[in-house]
Ligand binder design. Structure first.
Ligand code: HEC
Length: 177
């Protein structure tokens, strides 16, 4: 049974990666709110064109029961694909969704609610003091509204330090073939 569950989660992730998120899923976020992170002032609008970013990978976090899409702007996508260093201006976006059982196929899960949009942006100038020169921002969605993450970004930095050897990025480029 465990094996089956794993298989279905895997097939969801693969199908998510194969097709772009539908317009329907994103329609509420077409114009992003003017929101800033409390400590570094990164704005949600910094990634205003994220719907055109390319999929780098899809993850499933078992403790949070969330599907995550990892998208990159052109610079980040190309660097991830070519296993090259991320240049200044790289933007990596993570979108988290809760999941629920598909009503017509109970062992399959599908995305339910968008919970978070977060990003990392590389800037030697703006984030000269941060490890890897990455700036972090997280916007969480509660009751249909996005809010900046009030706890700031030190915890982001601390945890991403685990993957210092990979330029502080957990994601590996997920090949489509
Ligand atoms: C306790 C550990 C932890 C903390 C704290 C954390 N992250 Fe992450 N982050 C991860 C892990 C693990 C992944 C990869 C799995 C996933 O997609 O959830 C990840 C992935 C990401 C990615 C995609 C790029 C990558 O590194 O793979 C972004 C963007 C991101 N996090 C932003 C943030 C921001 C912004 C914060 C703070 C508000 C934050 N993270 C805090 C563990 C953490």
């Amino acid at each position: 049974m465990k094996k089956l569950k794993f298989f279905y989660i895997l097939s969801i992730l693969l199908s998510l990666n194969a097709c772009h998120p539908s317009h329907e899923q994103f329609k509420n976020d077409a114009s992003l709110a003017d929101l800033k992170m409390p400590n570094n002032h990164l704005n949600f609008k910094e990634i205003k064109d994220y719907q055109n970013y390319k999929m780098i990978a899809a993850h499933y976090r078992t403790d949070k029961n969330e599907i995550r899409y990892i998208l990159g702007n052109k610079k980040a996508f190309e660097a991830a694909k070519n296993k090259a260093p991320f240049p200044d201006g790289s933007k990596i976006v993570k979108i988290g969704w809760t999941v629920e059982k598909m009503p017509d196929f109970q062992t399959a899960l599908e995305a339910k609610q968008l919970k978070r949009i977060e990003y990392m942006i590389k800037s030697r100038k703006e984030f000269s003091k941060n490890p890897g020169n990455w700036g972090y921002a997280r916007f969480v969605k509660e009751n249909g509204q996005f809010e900046p993450w009030q706890k700031g970004t030190q915890s982001c930095i601390n945890c991403h330090n685990l993957v210092k050897k990979n330029d502080f990025i957990f994601t590996k480029f997920q090949t489509l073939q």
